[in-house]
Design a protein around this ligand. Structure first.
Ligand code: SF4
Length: 553
């Protein structure tokens, strides 16, 4: 195996024996084979598109399959074997559609030679493992081309995750599917120049914005606009179910199915922002948030006592002490962990095994108590825009600092806690994603009633931060958002953060600080391009960075 797609890649170079995340070499190889086959499917899909044949189901399959390969989503080699078999079927289907269209248009058979990802097949699963080893990221020899291809691929994975969430809420956009295919094909094309690949990376940022907007529309049209809300951190004296991940549809159905059953529901990690949606706030048994970011789950899940539902990443390989209480659903998987099946058309998912399990469990052990504010997505912030603008004009707010992104295990992430602590009292933090857990309980106070930490929501709600920045630019009459008093100090971990980063670059944001380390998959030359073009910089020492941030540097 060789994997360097996340911030925790071993020695910031790559995991080669077993992932720091817990991914085995076998699973890594199967993921590589799956991505390889998705490229083959995309080759046919793009050819079919040129002939006017667009296959929605192919796009939906690529989306879901790419999501499965994101860090901490799925560790189950049996699930990957099944998805790979399905990939052969999907490839055959789109291939046949293309061949038929070609025949009809040209009056002859298509006889061009296509690369291995479009043709390789085996019905022996043991071949999958060896083939995966052969077609991984190191199969691209040139380190700059490899860096650009992987930057694009990881951006596509992030887009796929957001597109899949939107799809579950019945929002789709063929243009997003089409770009996933175009991008995957580009990573197979040896004739593309570095400039052409870079242009596609920028387009990836554009499509990431579009996808986050689509998901925002899906979330808010189904569940209302998030409202400023104080979220309870304590526990009640009844059995509970802990819901983690990003899937709001799962939470909706679980809340409905648990109503009146004597079971409470709590959020964990990236599900925290769900507490701000009007559609969920109405449930009395929706208690609040339990614990912190994903990487602390081993201790926190143990103490929760009840079942845990993982709707998406980040899953950490569960300890034996609570493994039987973990349930996965959607694209999440772990060998030996119970899985809640997808909903059948027109029906809800059946969460009864989770509910019955909860009823046999003790209530959660209290970790902390108190409240934290959430729900400052674009609608809520814009509703107090006058107040915000006034505070800026009066000099009460000197700077906004976007500290969105992910949290992770590395001790170096204390940097973000210390930046938050050391920012002067006239700075407001705009956050989204689980990076917030490094500072959202610091009680940084408010400025004329505007909390100094405005939490827009999940990582995809970084879109909200973009909308807020664009609105502020409008209000202050500046053409370039870099002229606003906003700095960016972003923490990344997995591939959705790559999509968010590319979205910011596409929008022209300059001078982003990125940490806690720069991506292992970027070559020195590609880093240089990012530095020259966008003034991206690594994080430094807290004191100097805070000074520079406040000076707009
Ligand atoms: Fe290593 Fe990250 Fe890949 Fe896991 S996802 S194998 S931690 S680089």
């Amino acid at each position: 195996m060789f994997c360097f797609q996340c911030q925790e890649a071993a020695r910031n170079k790559g995991c080669t024996v077993r992932g720091v995340c817990g991914k085995t070499g076998d699973v890594a190889n199967l993921q590589d084979l799956l991505v390889y086959l998705l490229k083959g499917i995309s080759i046919y899909a793009e050819k079919a598109k040129e002939l006017g044949v667009v296959d929605r189901e192919t796009g939906a399959f690529i989306t879901r399959a790419l999501f499965t390969t994101i860090t901490n989503v799925n560790f189950d080699n049996k699930r990957f074997e099944e998805i790979i078999k399905e990939a052969f079927e999907v490839r055959d289907r789109i291939k046949n559609k293309f061949l038929k269209a070609y025949r009809e248009k040209n009056g002859e058979e298509f006889d061009e030679k296509l690369p291995g990802m479009a043709t390789w097949y085996s019905n022996d699963v043991s071949d999958f493992y060896a083939k995966g080893e052969e077609v991984g990221v190191l199969s691209t020899g040139d380190e700059d081309v490899r860096a650009l291809r992987e930057l694009l691929t990881y951006g596509l994975k992030g887009i796929a995750a957001y597109a899949e969430h939107a799809y579950i809420l019945e929002e789709e956009d063929q243009e997003i599917y089409s770009f996933l295919q175009e991008g995957l094909v580009a990573t197979t094309d040896n004739t593309l120049s570095a400039d052409e690949l870079t242009a596609l990376v920028m387009k990836c940022g554009e499509v990431a914005v579009k996808t986050m907007a689509l998901l925002d529309q899906a979330n808010t049209s189904n569940y209302g606009h998030p409202e400023p809300t104080q979220v309870n951190l304590g526990v009640r004296n009844r059995p509970g179910i802990l819901v983690s991940g990003h899937d709001l549809k799962d939470l909706e159905e679980l809340l409905e199915q648990t109503e009146g059953k004597g079971v409470d529901v709590y959020t964990h990690g990236e599900m925290l922002p769900a507490n701000a949606y009007p559609a969920f706030k109405k449930y009395d048994h929706f208690v609040g948030n339990y614990g912190n970011a994903w990487w602390q789950q081993k201790e926190e899940f143990e103490k929760f006592n009840g079942p845990i539902l993982m709707t998406t990443n980040c899953l950490v390989p569960p300890k034996d002490s609570y493994r039987d209480r973990v349930y996965t659903t959607n694209v999440v998987g772990f060998s030996g962990v119970k899985h809640i099946r997808d909903r059948k058309p027109g029906e809800q998912k059946d969460f009864s095994p989770v509910i019955e399990h909860a009823l046999k469990c003790d209530p959660p052990e209290e970790l902390e108590n108190g409240m934290i504010p959430v729900g400052f997505a674009h609608n809520a912030v814009m509703s107090v825009a006058d107040k915000v603008v006034e505070a800026v004009k009066q000099g009460k707010i000197k700077r906004f600092v976007v500290m969105a992104g992910c949290d992770g295990r590395h001790r170096s992430r204390d940097y973000y806690t210390n930046v938050a602590r050391n920012l002067p009292e006239d700075a407001v933090i705009l956050t989204a994603g689980c990076a917030k857990y490094r500072y959202n309980k610091l009680n940084l106070g408010d400025i004329d009633g505007i909390p100094r930490i405005l939490d827009a929501g999940q990582c995809n709600d970084s879109y909200s931060l973009v909308v807020i920045a664009q609105k502020l630019a409008e209000v202050f009459g500046v053409d370039d958002i870099n002229e606003l008093p906003i700095s960016y100090d972003i923490a990344w971990y997995e591939q959705k953060a790559v999509a968010v980063l590319l979205a910011l670059l596409y929008l022209g944001v300059k001078g982003i600080r990125l940490g806690p380390s720069l991506p292992a998959f970027l070559s020195p030359n590609v880093v240089k391009v990012l530095v020259d073009k966008f003034d991206i910089k690594p994080i430094g020492e807290v004191e100097e960075d805070v000074k520079a941030i406040m000076a707009g540097e």
